[in-house]
Design a protein around this ligand. Structure first.
Ligand SMILES: [Zn+2]
Ligand SMILES: [Zn+2]
Length: 234
């Protein structure tokens, strides 16, 4: 089978940021400016670190937000949630650090002064966003479509702005986490499902849910400790 990332690598090679953004939108579901920032940050990291990614943890991306930015990073760097190349640091900043296995890394942070300086440029998009997404007001289909169209314009426009004003970029050395260990799975005797994170209870290995223990979930608010967000068989 040919390299599944061949097309993405070609876009990076040819500096075709627009093609990368369109590709990222296939994954993200819509076009928006933070997706564009993530694409651009991922692209800068891939160029600077001169690496190719095959999703085998040869490259690590540490993202500090779970907003749209992180999806752009995942698509371009190939470091994803599922291949363990993506590490999530729950601090709520539009920042990514991309590192090679030898610890050579680049940290790319969206510049807050830049972020504020462009607000006036996108007044209509911002006020629609405030109304529709933040205040959850009822609006017409046309208004919603207008917002999405403005987001598309904004994404392509932002993509082409100079990286030097958009980001604060630093080069550094980091301690790269070890390769993900391979865990042994067990079948939970209560629900019959397989898990590689069992816990011991009354001399039995059970899945976390059947043991009624706490676990962590990642949702739009970040990582949280939870009990009983039941999704397994009852
Ligand atoms: Zn988005
Ligand atoms: Zn169970």
């Amino acid at each position: 089978m040919k390299n599944p990332r061949e097309e993405i690598e070609r876009f990076i090679e040819k500096n075709d940021l627009e093609a990368l953004l369109r590709k990222a939108a296939e994954f993200h579901g819509h076009l928006c400016s933070y997706l564009a920032y993530g694409v651009k940050a991922g692209y800068i990291a891939m160029k600077e670190l001169r690496v190719k990614s095959s999703g085998m943890e040869e490259l690590i991306a540490i993202v500090e937000t779970n907003n749209c930015f992180s999806d752009g990073v995942q698509l371009v760097t190939g470091c994803t949630f599922g291949n363990n190349g993506l590490i999530y640091k729950d601090v709520g900043k539009t920042v990514v650090t991309v590192a090679r296995r030898d610890g050579t890394a680049i940290r790319i942070a969206l510049n807050p002064e830049y972020e504020e300086s462009i607000e006036a440029e996108y007044q209509e998009a911002n006020s629609l966003w405030e109304k529709i997404v933040v205040q959850k007001e009822q609006v017409t289909k046309e208004q919603r479509e207008r917002m999405m169209r403005l987001f598309v314009e904004m994404a392509f426009n932002e993509l082409m702005k100079p990286a030097g004003i958009m980001f604060k970029i630093s080069r550094l050395k980091i301690d790269v986490p070890e390769y993900t260990p391979i865990f042994k799975s067990i079948i939970c005797p209560v629900c019959g499902e397989k898990t590689y994170k069992p816990i011991m209870q009354k001399e039995q290995q059970l899945c976390i849910e059947c043991a009624g223990a706490a676990y962590y979930i990642l949702d739009g608010r970040g990582i949280q400790r939870r009990y009983m967000l039941k999704t397994g068989p009852s």
